[in-house]
Write a protein that binds this ligand. Sequence first.
Ligand code: NAD
Length: 459
Amino acid sequence: MGNVISINPATEEVYGELDESSDSEILEKVKYATENKEWGKKSVFERVEIIKILAELLDLKKEELARIMALEIGKPLKAGRHEVEIAKKRILDYCNFVPEFIEDEILFDSQIERNIAVFEQIGCVGIISPWNAPVFVSLAMIIPPLLCGNNVIWKPSEYASFTGLCINNLFDNLKKLGLPWSSFQSLIGGKDVGRKLAESDINMVALTGSIKAGKDVIKTGAEKLHRFILELGGKDCAIILKDAYVDGAARDIVKSSTMYTGQVCFGVERVYCHALLYERFIEKCVEETKKLKVGDPLDEETDIGPFSVKFQMDKVFSHINDAISKGAKLLIGGRRIYDKGYFMAPGVMVNVNHGMKIMKEETFGPITPIMKFYDIEDAIKLANDSDYGLTASVWTRDLIIGEEVARKIEAGTVGINRHGMSKVGCPWGGYKQSGIGRIYSKEGIREFCNVKHVWVVKN
Ligand code: NAD
């Protein structure tokens, strides 16, 4: 019997058990990765050719991964397949962009001297991942350091260990096709395994997870002065200006706040809507929410599965109950459904304010809380009244005003008439407590490199 237990959130039955990586196993893997640098000696173009094969191997495992995610974290099959597809695309995009991002850069060249920035690997990068999008989020963080020539040791979430095993098997297959064994290794376990990795002799920690874990991992890695990238939580807002296309905004916002049962770091968690559109907007949000089918993740028709873990469901209901006790009103949903499993009917909530947890703390559930505003400056103040700053969106037909508002919002990605994640080539990361560092863009990829200045004096 293993000490990492996975519960199927739709049935509340044990899905499987695995043994946690021991301290000695972690240290052995770190030693192996730090002593063997074969991967880093290949050119970036050789690395790209090998990593491209991973994208194909991933595609072959799409059905298997979607099924594991359905059983392990309650993700509906169609959402799981989509996640694998976007992960494959992300790998290929990285393969296209990374060689250019890390090629030598001539800083200045004159008759007297030539200055070059050279991007070299850091060494061994420890990657710690969350459970909510265990294929996409993990691979989106694993591939850049690998393409930059680093070795990687990866710890998937303890709530997505079987998804992690399946990804690890893909890498094992890739090792038979040219990836050195020391370049990628994985671990199983929870935060103690993450801590042990963070305090080891690796050179960098890249964690995607909660703010709490981010703060802790900095303390753990401080002794070794590791480098960090932290991609943390969000309390992302959408601002609906008085000239927005209200129907389209409501449709996209409800989709964003309920996707993966609301367990998405960049999902809309709070909405500020101009008073002129307010009644129409909330009516439309209710209409869109009614269309969502909640149910068995293995059912092809299901839009929304259960919460992936019980503690997540408990947190969401604590936010809803806190808001109701302070005067908020549910227009639809927001309650537990079915006899078995961690299911919730997606909700729309009004009469909310910043005295409520649902407007201030990351909720991570399928609920859209909406607050009315009269003046744009007030909406911007509300948007920025947060410890978080991952993403935001502004909805308007006036793209000039939209851009002006976007520039005033304290968040890493601000969409105008869209809410979502950045693509490769554009930076991704948080303002304030939503994170440290960036990924996806040139500057983000270069975070996985040591930058060397080569200074040639021409005598
Ligand atoms: P979590 O912080 O509980 O765990 C994340 C990972 O860190 C897990 O593998 C966990 O075992 C490990 N961990 C936890 N505490 C640790 C510690 N003290 N030392 C070392 N490792 C530790 O987060 P979660 O519940 O798995 O994921 C949800 C969170 O992740 C949400 O806050 C969400 O917004 C965030 N997230 C952010 C992004 C992003 O791109 N910014 C993407 C996805 C998820």
